[in-house]
Design a protein around this ligand. Structure first.
Ligand SMILES: Nc1ncnc2c1ncn2[C@@H]1O[C@H](COP(=O)(O)OP(=O)(O)OP(=O)(O)O)[C@@H](O)[C@H]1O
Ligand SMILES: [Mg+2]
Length: 511
């Protein structure tokens, strides 16, 4: 058996008196990929922040042995020098700086006189991007120019340039397409062949199955167990994670579907960079009362653009005719949309969903604050009651409603964003990738909630890249391909194949 590279024992970590980690062990052997699994808020990211000295030695309990010696690092710089490199769940890139500057931030190659050698920096960055099959990225462009998935890969390129002995990947694929995910998994395998070990955190258990040699499971800050991947299945991991068996992943429930409540006509979105290109190409559809309408399609097909236009937040020129209960409405801004009873949980919660420094509770009531205000006074008691109810309804794991939302675990932030958008009691709720970064148990809760809402007469539009989710939850499925509406199916035993075939089959030209 390979030598032990890392041994973390009895790790404890408290936040303001609340115990987040309670005696967790983690062992990684040289060249091994260890999957770290646990529900939202179990303590995975915190454990990795302890390891990488985001939380320096002295602020946590237990011991870390690294290459046979005790590690007592005071900063992330020290752990990086030791060969431990972390890619955080929430991306840390500086949008205004170029791709190359981001990759080599603080380590810029310098030439004569100590000036940054841009030519060398660009060349090195371009070579890294080529390794990741991302040669189309212009490394001199600001990061802001690129999509979530591309940014994730840029972050990975940055980590690779640091010659890690142990690479920590915290939910690395939550914004990657299938092919980007494959590139990444291939890369981790390549690194492993060269002797680099990896701790891989993901809620997508098929990735863990594909890549991990062994799995460590934690629950509620406590150590549950460790097993070789060869000895266990995904269903075993789930049972260890949530402490019970899951009989079904999709709690589909019968519910009545009524008349048409919402209609979008001729939605056209132009590419902000190239107005000759249509990101959404004349899409029209209807939504009925109590209906869950899934929007499927390949990543980049225009689904997010379509729903952004409906919610008044598309970032380029667009036209759309929107009817609510048969009456045309104008939606130029999200605020207007909310006023009409149309709410959206956006795909990119960090950019659009939350105000990171505000408390969890304030985030939840952000769009309904007016309801609590009269004569310039805020009815704080009523607001607090509603916040508590929302936190309980979504089972958001937070030490207190006053905690800054950025301090919640990734999946719990997502749940809080959903709460925020339910607060105005919308008639139509748009969810763009609602279960991204959410654990299996919480996914189930979110689906159950969706069924509760439609039973009360709400209508839901759900954009999702997870095909089992679309097929498992939707009453009807729209398929978008290259900006066009290529399919509109009642989901009565609809198959993945039917949806994918529609997604890639262009419409015949209209005469
Ligand atoms: N800075 C902080 N202050 C207060 N509480 C915190 C802080 N960071 C984390 N916590 C709490 O510690 C617990 C563990 O969080 P952590 O982010 O490690 O979970 P996780 O397993 O990574 O979950 P996810 O799958 O949702 O990313 C959570 O209850 C979280 O709210
Ligand atoms: Mg996390």
């Amino acid at each position: 058996m390979a030598e032990t590279l890392l041994e973390m024992r009895g790790i404890t970590k408290d936040f303001a008196g609340v115990r987040a980690l309670n005696g967790i062990n983690l062992t990684v052997r040289a060249g091994e990929v260890v999957g770290l699994c646990g529900e939202n808020g179990a303590g995975k990211s915190t454990m990795m922040k302890v390891l990488s000295a985001v939380y320096p030695y002295g602020t946590w309990g237990g011991t870390i042995q690294w290459q046979g010696r005790e590690l007592r690092a005071a900063s992330i710089r020290e752990t990086e020098a030791a060969g431990i490199v972390i890619i955080h769940q929430e991306l840390m890139l500086v949008p205004q700086l170029s791709v190359a500057e981001n990759i080599f931030l603080g380590r810029e190659p310098r030439g004569f006189g100590g000036f940054i050698d841009f030519e060398a920096m660009y060349a090195k960055a371009a070579a890294l991007m080529a390794d990741l099959k991302m040669s189309h990225i212009n490394v001199a462009q600001p990061v802001a120019h690129y999509s979530g998935g591309e940014r994730q890969l840029i972050e990975i390129a940055k980590a690779l340039s640091k010659n890690a002995k142990l690479l920590i990947l915290d939910e690395p694929t939550s914004s990657l397409t299938r092919s980007e995910t494959e590139t990444l998994l291939g890369l981790v395998k390549g690194l492993k062949a060269r002797g680099t070990a990896c701790v891989y955190i993901s809620h997508k258990l098929e990735e863990i199955e594909a890549i991990a040699d062994s799995v460590t499971v934690i629950r509620d800050g406590a150590y549950v167990g460790h097993a070789a991947m060869a000895d266990i299945k995904a269903s075993d991991i789930i049972r260890m994670m949530i402490g019970r068996e899951m009989t079904s992943l999709f709690p589909r429930e019968a519910h009545p579907i009524g008349e048409v409540v919402f209609e979008a006509r001729n939605v056209i979105c132009l590419d902000p960079q190239n107005v000759n290109r249509r990101r959404v190409d004349d899409v029209s559809f209807q939504l009925r009362r109590g209906e869950i309408l899934g929007i499927a399609g390949l990543v980049g097909a225009g689904r997010t653009e379509l729903v952004s236009a409906l919610f008044g937040c598309y970032r380029g020129p667009y036209t759309a005719e929107i009817l609510l209960e048969g009456k045309p409405i104008t939606v130029r801004t999200p605020k207007e949309a909310v006023r009409h009873g149309l709410c959206m949980v956006p795909e990119d919660r960090k950019a659009h969903g939350i105000v990171p420094d505000l408390a969890v509770g304030q985030n939840i009531t952000l769009s309904t604050l007016d309801d609590y205000t009269s004569g310039g006074l805020i009815d704080e008691n009523r607001e607090l009651r509603d916040i508590d109810a929302a936190i309980a309804q979504m089972r958001i794991k937070t030490a207190s409603p006053m905690l800054a939302i950025a301090r919640l675990s990734g999946g719990n932030q997502q749940k809080a964003v959903i709460s925020k958008m339910l607060a105005p009691k919308p008639r139509v709720l748009i969810l763009d990738e609602p279960t991204r970064g959410v654990d299996v148990g919480a996914k189930y809760e979110i689906y159950k909630l969706m069924f509760d809402l439609v039973k009360q007469g709400m209508s839901i539009i759900m954009v999702s890249s997870e095909m089992p989710e679309v097929l498992g939850i939707s009453d009807r499925v729209l398929v978008i391909g290259e900006g066009q509406l290529r399919g509109d199916f009642i989901n009565d035993g609809l198959t993945q194949e039917q949806v994918l075939t529609a997604a890639i089959t262009p419409l015949p030209h209209a005469a």
